[in-house]
Structures are given as C-alpha cells and as structure tokens.
Ligand binder design. Structure first.
Ligand code: ADP
Ligand code: MG
Length: 254
C-alpha cells in the first residue's frame, strides 16, 4: 500500500449560516486517481477549494504529503501558517478549472513559464525548456507562441494542465475540466488525464463523465449535501451502489 498523499479529516465549511461541507473524510493514496461525483451544489468545488487554500475550513483539517494545509501543530494546538508557507504549499497542489483560467495576455509558453520562475525561482531558460517538454506531452508543441484566444477550448484546457504540471505538484485537482467544452473536444482532454494517471500522478477529479470514472478511477466518491455518501472502487459504486441517493443520481447521469 502506498502512502496517503491527501488526507481530509472531518472537514466542515460554512458560508454564513449555510453549512456546505458537513464532515467530509477522504484519503487519496500517492499515485491514485479519485473521481468525485455528485449533484450540483453538493460541495464538490468547495472541497477541492479547501484543499488548495482557496477556502479556509471551518472545522477539521487537511494534509497533503503529511503536511497540514494552512496550519501547523504545536503542543497539541493548531496555528495558522504564514503567508509564505501557504504560497509554498500551493505550489505543491495543481488546480485545473472548468474555465481554463489562462492568462489571456501571455502566450502559451509564457503561461507555463510564469509560475516556475516567480514561485519556484527557476531560471527562465530552464523553465522554458521544461515548458516545451510539457507542451509536447499534451500534444501542443506547435502552439508555444499562440495566445489562448487563438486556441480551441480543448487546447486551452490542455495548456492549463501543462501549466499546472509545470510546478511539479504532488497532487492535481480538476474541477469539472470538460464541462465547458463542446462534446467533440472532451475526449482530447480526458486522454491527457488518462496519460497522467498511467504515469502515477495523484489526482482528484470532479467530473460527470461516468465512463471516464469507470476506466480511470481507483476510487469513486459520491457526495451529496455536503457529505460523502459512499466511496469505493468504480465497479462497486457505479454498478452496485449501496445508497438510494447514489442510485438516484446515477440513474440521471447514465
Ligand atoms: P458543487 O461544486 O458540488 O456544485 P459547490 O461547492 O460549488 O457545489 O457549492 C456548494 C454550496 O455552497 C452551494 O449551495 C453554493 O451556493 C454554496 N457556496 C459555494 N461557494 C460559496 C461562497 N463563496 N459563498 C457562499 N456560498 C457558497
Ligand atoms: Mg462545482
């Protein structure tokens, strides 16, 4: 058994009076792919955002590669991390958004070089060499000098994945990476994620692509109303769900 890379422990998150996460537990082992399913509003994006410091948890804790996210423990108490430690942690956690979020005024290559140079202090030439290798990996070596607006949605999302990989993260988080794409562009993005899975990248993928979950996931997690309703291997959760809420959801998306 490989080590736990992401550990989410009894995480609660409230926005004002609304409790959006109501005690989520989740363990993702190094090299494994976890697919998170669930209806709109069930808290999937909020869960990913707490892992990447985009939201602070109200209760509970999260660790990535053994390090508490946003906090450190001392004498049994939790202390908030300093801004520079938070920035360092965030470089370990790649995030791929539904709407790509590329820098529109930068070329594809510049999009990939920016963070390694500014956050990891890599020499620009080395960062550019690594960026070209990543573009090759996502099949876009010929687009290095293009601007995002000149690319299709599928190509932009592949650039966004390469950009996330440029920081050599310990885990990659995907929030509905294909739901903004025309149907014919979904496959090229899922193919890149499959390739990453084959090479042992630790990933948490929120998606409604059930076929992809079946093929690629080590673990499928079904969330509803701020809790994990059930989780297990794809064959168990997708083909023999134990909970009525999971069955109801699957009957709508399959
Ligand atoms: P999902 O990704 O599963 O659709 P979300 O995590 O985006 O669900 O949202 C869960 C709930 O939290 C929704 O009711 C949403 O309106 C609410 N929510 C999310 N972000 C915020 C926020 N920043 N402020 C207030 N409410 C929010
Ligand atoms: Mg969402």
């Amino acid at each position: 058994m490989s080590e736990v890379m992401v550990d989410v422990h009894d995480v609660h998150k409230s926005f004002g009076p609304q409790e959006v996460l109501r005690g989520v537990d989740l363990q993702v082992r190094a090299g494994e792919v976890t697919v998170v399913l669930g209806p709109s509003g069930s808290g999937k994006s909020t869960l990913l955002r707490t892992i990447n410091h985009l939201e602070k948890v109200s209760h509970g804790w999260i660790s990535v590669d053994g390090e508490l996210i946003g906090y450190r423990r001392s004498g049994g108490r939790l202390y908030e991390l300093r801004e520079k430690d938070v920035r360092r942690q965030r470089t370990n956690i790649g995030f791929v958004f539904q709407n790509f979020n590329l820098f529109p005024h930068l070329t594809v290559l510049e999009n990939l070089v920016e963070a390694p140079v500014s956050a990891l202090r890599r020499p620009r030439r080395r960062a550019a060499e690594a960026a070209r290798r990543l573009l090759e990996r996502v099949g876009l070596a010929d687009k290095a000098d293009a601007y995002p607006r000149q690319l299709s949605g599928g190509q932009q999302q592949r650039v966004a994945m390469a950009r996330a990989l440029a920081l050599e993260p310990k885990v990659l988080l995907f929030d509905e990476p294909t739901s903004a794409l025309d149907p014919e562009l979904v496959g090229e993005v899922l193919d890149v994620i499959k390739d990453l899975a084959r090479t042992g990248t630790t990933m948490i993928v929120v998606t409604h692509e059930i076929g992809f979950a079946r093929e690629v996931a080590d673990t499928v997690v079904f969330m509803d109303d701020g809790v994990v309703v059930e989780k297990g291997p794809p064959a168990a959760v997708l083909d023999a769900p134990r909970h009525e809420r999971t069955r109801a959801f699957l009957s709508k998306v399959l």
